[in-house]
Ligand binder design. Structure first.
Ligand code: PFF
Length: 448
């Protein structure tokens, strides 16, 4: 048995539970609270949610187990881990390129992620100042458009967020983040529950639930399916090495399966709760669920403006959203930093260098909506699923099965078999089918 117990430079998380919290911190972020509700709104609700859940279960979870395993077995940055394991398996070291492209994807995501996190920071300040608490729903909507029209305001908060992210990563991840997520993730969960309660009492809860869970397949098209699959990767932080980089610090040799199920379950529950907190308010206030990226920044302020204690709750909520974004953004640049560090660049230098590049890209996202949208679309719907596809092929088909069995630590033979089946067939074929479908090719092939 090849028990690789030492991490890069001997660093490991304090326990399996700290890994779960850090990985959950990476997974739970703007994807759950901001993006999931608004894309569900844009793509028509129930049927979209169902496809998303199927993607999490049949593609996301198997790929996540593979990524954690690759990180723990390789004990290095994603590029090096994959190159090393490829060589050991008698394959080309060029498989390491997947890790390299993943680092790039992380930077590209950061270029719009940080802008949205900046909006959340602006809303912390607006909540404290009571800016939206006396406005009516229409004014709250135009208050958000006002922010989007102000490049300087967005630049300020985007810069603050980049510096915060770089500060944490430069200081090292294990101590600061391990401790922070420990306290903050349960708090986030608690406040979401409170908001769902508020929404149930004051919103049109029934309409919200119908919208999220009634499956009307006529509203589903190729693009919606692609977006649902892309989001499964985005929300679980898969396909770009973030989870692999964290897996490199996974202590011991315990089974990866249950750990991953816990992370995926937490992530999914939080996304569904966020939807259940927002849609009832959307319907109760005659807003449209398909209004796009502004959804969270319009519906929640409306709720808070009606709520006694709204200033307090609003401040707390947007603070927690900012923190959830921060515990994700650090994992966007950590893989690149780990790689540079391995190549002799000091951590603070590499961190501020990479954050600086992301900051510049973010300025482009602020000035051009098309850049913002293109970065979002390219990373979530193309780069992450493609990375996931190659990881599934690599672990499912190219690594020796006994090595894989040993490294995942999955003891139950049936579970291992089921996972491997999903990884070898369902995940790759599913991803390819969705790509073809969204390009319109599947329909063409079936007709000919
Ligand atoms: N999972 C994060 C979210 O849902 O907000 C976003 C993310 C973080 C994507 C890290 C990819 C990643 F590597």
């Amino acid at each position: 048995m090849s028990k690789a117990l030492s991490a890069p430079e001997g660093v490991t998380w304090k326990s399996r539970w700290t890994f779960i919290l850090a990985a959950t911190g990476s997974a739970v972020g703007l994807g759950n609270i901001w993006k999931f509700p608004y894309i569900t709104g844009e793509y028509g609700g129930g049927a979209f949610v169902l496809v998303y859940l199927a993607c999490i279960l049949m593609i996301g979870i198997p790929v996540m187990i593979a990524e954690v395993m690759l990180g723990r077995a390789g004990r290095s940055d994603p590029a090096d881990s994959m190159a090393k394991l490829a060589k050991e398996s008698g394959r080309s070291r060029y498989w390491g390129v997947i890790g390299g492209v993943g680092m790039l994807a992380g930077l590209l995501i950061m270029m719009f992620y940080s802008v949205v996190a900046g909006w959340a920071l602006e809303y912390v300040s607006q909540s404290i100042g009571g800016t939206y608490s006396n406005l009516d729903p229409a004014q709250i909507e135009s208050n958000f458009s006002g922010l989007l029209a102000s490049n300087s305001q967005q630049l300020l908060w985007h810069s603050v967020f980049c510096v915060l992210t770089a500060g944490v990563v430069a200081a090292g991840v294990t101590q600061g983040i391990g401790k922070a997520v420990d306290i903050l993730m349960p708090m986030l969960f608690f406040f979401l529950l409170l908001l769902v309660g508020y929404s149930a009492v004051n919103g049109d809860f029934e309409a919200g639930l119908h919208f999220m869970f009634d499956t009307d397949f006529s509203r589903l098209n190729g693009e919606a399916i692609l977006v649902a699959m892309g989001h499964a990767f985005f929300t679980l932080s898969l396909g770009m090495g973030a989870i692999m980089a964290y897996g490199a610090y996974f202590p011991g040799h315990s089974s990866i399966g249950k750990t991953v199920m816990t992370i995926a379950a937490l992530d999914t529950i939080i996304a569904l709760l966020a939807g259940m907190a927002m849609f009832p308010l959307v319907f109760a206030n005659d807003l449209t669920p398909g209004q796009g990226p502004g959804l969270m920044f319009v519906t929640l302020p409306i709720a808070f403006s009606n709520m006694s204690g709204g200033i307090f709750f609003g401040t707390l909520f947007f603070t927690l959203v900012s923190i959830a974004a921060l515990s994700s953004s650090i994992s966007l640049i950590e893989p690149g930093v780990a790689w540079l560090e391995k190549h002799g660049v000091k951590r603070p230098v590499s961190t501020f260098g990479l954050a600086g590049i992301a900051w510049l890209g973010g300025i482009a996202s602020i000035h051009y909506e098309s850049v913002f949208n293109a970065l979002d679309y390219l990373t979530a719907n193309v780069m992450l699923p493609l990375g996931g596809l190659l990881i599934a092929v690599f672990v499912g088909w190219l690594m020796p099965s006994d090595r894989v069995l040993d490294e995942t630590g999955i003891l139950h033979a049936k579970v291992f078999k089921a996972w491997r089946f999903l990884l070898r067939y369902i995940a790759p074929l599913g991803i390819i089918a969705v790509f073809l479908h969204s390009l319109g090719l599947l329909g063409w092939l079936m007709r000919h």
